[in-house]
Write a new protein. Structure first.
Length: 378
């Protein structure tokens, strides 16, 4: 296929990312890096396959892969050198051969991503090369700040997810099961142009909503007046959204109505505090303290939220112990919840862009209590 302006601009974007990584490495006097996490190889090169590593130095950009991906690599990664290993050659062995030609004294590697057996082989066979663990550098220093393209892709992922809930609400019936509701979300997202779900969706009816990471089963909507839906869409460029709404399909109890009010207030307090320079632990505290003040502190046991992007859980993290500080370009979730075992749970989650002036809520699906009380149908 002929190269287009889009292809050229994409190549430039990935080259800029690699240059930023090299600058970070140079600041620590490290001449190169072995990137082994598939998502990070993709982020730095545009390659969408798997089973491939990236060797990066000031003078060399090499993807070590196999013949299954030769054509795909040539199309997706123009200008990048390829080391296509033989069928008899294991990936660690190919890395040793490719690295040996670069004559490096130091090589950074992703110690949070590389399996121990591969590290041991590299350490034993890369004579004279000091391996320096730098796991998390790409995630925290580069991927946590989204560029204009990434922000646009996340907006599209949000749009697709919201279309999914819009359709689900329109077709929801008392007989529908949690599994059927999850399938309806995925079918709609794919129909409107998404690659699929950002993660396995959570659809929990009644007391199942008190399980924060529940998997949909055969419970029917009519079995309780409450259903929690946590879902997201993935675009074909692999960017993701993550939203949660708690719907009342029947008359809510006074208790659950109060829980909903508290969760919504906590979320709004936290979102209002999002701005550049804000400490993530402080944002977490805004929601956590409100929930505790209202008497539900022990029922909120997870972090307030996380970054999203090529993965559904990225940097930064909102938690009481987080040391992260918000910067413009970060995209985060804010998702407080209260979970009452045996009764039900409420979680409300939105996707937030940190801007130079403060923040922008990317997800626009209504979340006021009245909008969550469904009329007719279920």
């Amino acid at each position: 296929m002929p190269k287009t302006s889009t292809t050229k601009s994409s190549s430039s974007r990935y080259a800029q990312r690699r240059d930023k990584l090299l600058k970070l490495l140079q600041e620590e006097n490290i001449p190169g890096m072995l990137v082994t996490a598939e998502v990070n190889v993709s982020y730095l090169t545009g390659f969408t396959g798997d089973s491939s590593y990236l060797l990066l130095t000031k003078d060399a950009v090499i993807i070590v892969s196999d013949s299954r991906y030769t054509t795909q690599l040539e199309e997706e990664c123009p200008g990048i050198d390829l080391y296509i290993r033989k069928v008899t050659e294991q990936l660690p062995e190919a890395i040793v051969k490719a690295t040996g030609k670069l004559k490096l004294s130091k090589l950074a590697y992703e110690d949070s991503r590389l399996v121990v057996s591969t590290y041991q082989k590299l350490s034993a066979e890369l004579q004279g090369v000091e391996l320096v663990g730098k796991g998390g550098m790409i995630e925290s220093k580069l991927r946590s700040i989204k560029d204009a393209m990434e922000i646009a892709e996340t907006r599209e992922a949000v749009r697709l997810a919201e279309k999914g809930l819009e359709v689900l609400r329109a077709v929801l019936t008392p007989e529908m099961t949690e599994l059927e509701a999850a399938w309806e979300l995925e079918r709609t997202i794919r129909r409107f142009g998404g690659r699929g779900m950002a993660f396995p969706p959570i659809v929990g009816v009644g007391d199942r909503a008190a399980l924060p990471h529940y998997y949909p089963q055969q419970y029917q909507i009519r079995e309780a007046p409450l259903v929690l839906v946590d879902w997201g869409a993935e675009t074909f460029s692999r960017y993701r959204s993550d939203i949660t709404r708690t719907l009342f399909t029947g008359k809510p109890t006074k208790k659950m109505a109060d829980v909903y009010r508290v969760v919504l207030e906590a979320q709004e307090l936290a979102i209002a505090g999002i701005r550049p320079g804000a400490r993530c632990s402080d944002i977490d505290s805004l929601a956590r303290q409100h929930i505790a003040k209202c008497g539900y502190g022990k029922y909120f046991g997870h972090g307030l939220g996380h970054g999203i992007g090529l993965e559904i859980h990225e940097q930064p993290r909102f938690s009481p112990t987080s040391e992260d500080v918000l910067q413009p370009g970060m995209i985060v979730t804010v998702e407080p919840g209260i979970y009452l075992a045996g009764r039900g749970g409420v979680r409300i989650e939105d996707d937030i862009l940190v801007t130079t002036e403060g923040h922008e809520v990317l997800s626009t699906t209504p979340k006021d209590f009245e909008s969550m009380c469904l009329v007719g149908g279920a």
